[in-house]
Design a binder for this molecule. Structure first.
Ligand SMILES: NC(=O)c1ccc[n+]([C@@H]2O[C@H](COP(=O)([O-])OP(=O)(O)OC[C@H]3O[C@@H](n4cnc5c(N)ncnc54)[C@H](OP(=O)(O)O)[C@@H]3O)[C@@H](O)[C@H]2O)c1
Length: 194
């Protein structure tokens, strides 16, 4: 059975965000995130999507919101540049809106889903990465077979978004990198296998 994968970065005191932004700038970690997710599906909550301000290129961007029309209408600067699809096999299922933009040979897609429950990883040919924020991690982690967690080696004051507890359900399988400012850890769910 196919499951989600999660990718996240948290501080030593579990902060992942402050004021709807990521409170550190680690270009090497961004490079890792880009490499891991490129060509795959990235799933994010509406607040994370708005904080990035545009879809991540050359990936399928799956945005979760309970108010799709509100999201589309409030961001003409994003959605105006995209071609909207209607119909297709997914229409009967969870998502209501599908936008595509062709960039050279590759496409950047935005799919808007109203429900995480109806999202089935098996419907997509490639990996589906849960990319935050806190609300989405909390709901999706029980359905993730793998967690790629960047541990930022500092304490962050004033954080308002936190990574949920996961340690009892996941086990560490590999330390992928250890840098002065962060390490990248690969955890696997104890009961879910890809
Ligand atoms: N460090 C990291 O790795 C990382 C990664 C990503 C984000 N972040 C940070 O995390 C923070 C944002 O996290 P957050 O928890 O505030 O917001 P979020 O998880 O990004 O988005 C929450 C929104 O998602 C929608 N949503 C939630 N559950 C849903 C469901 N089951 N079905 C449909 N829609 C659903 C709702 O949108 P509507 O209100 O529109 O209905 C909700 O308001 C920011 O500070 C961001 O920078 C950090």
């Amino acid at each position: 059975m196919k499951h989600f994968k999660a990718i996240a970065a948290m501080s030593l005191n579990r902060v992942i965000g402050a004021g709807n932004a990521i409170p550190w700038h680690l270009p090497e970690d961004f490079k890792w995130f880009k490499k891991a997710t490129m060509g795959n599906v990235v799933v994010m909550g509406r607040k994370t999507f708005e904080s990035i301000g545009k879809p991540l290129p050359n990936r399928k961007n799956l945005v979760l919101t309970r108010h799709p029309q509100r999201l589309i209408k409030s961001h003409p600067e994003i959605f105006g540049g995209y071609h909207e699809w209607r119909g297709g096999k997914f229409l009967k299922r969870a998502y209501q809106f599908h936008f595509t933009k062709l960039e050279g040979k590759s496409a950047t897609d935005i799919l808007i889903f109203k429900s995480l429950d109806k999202l089935d990883p098996a419907e997509f040919p490639n990996d589906i990465f849960i990319c935050g924020g806190a609300e989405i991690y909390a709901q999706a982690l029980p359905r993730c077979s793998d967690l790629y967690l960047t541990l930022v080696k500092r304490e962050i004051e004033g954080g308002d978004a936190f990574f949920p507890p996961f340690e009892d359900k996941f086990e560490l399988v590999e330390e992928l990198r250890d840098e002065p400012e962060f390490k990248i850890l690969h955890y696997r769910h104890k009961n879910l296998r890809q």
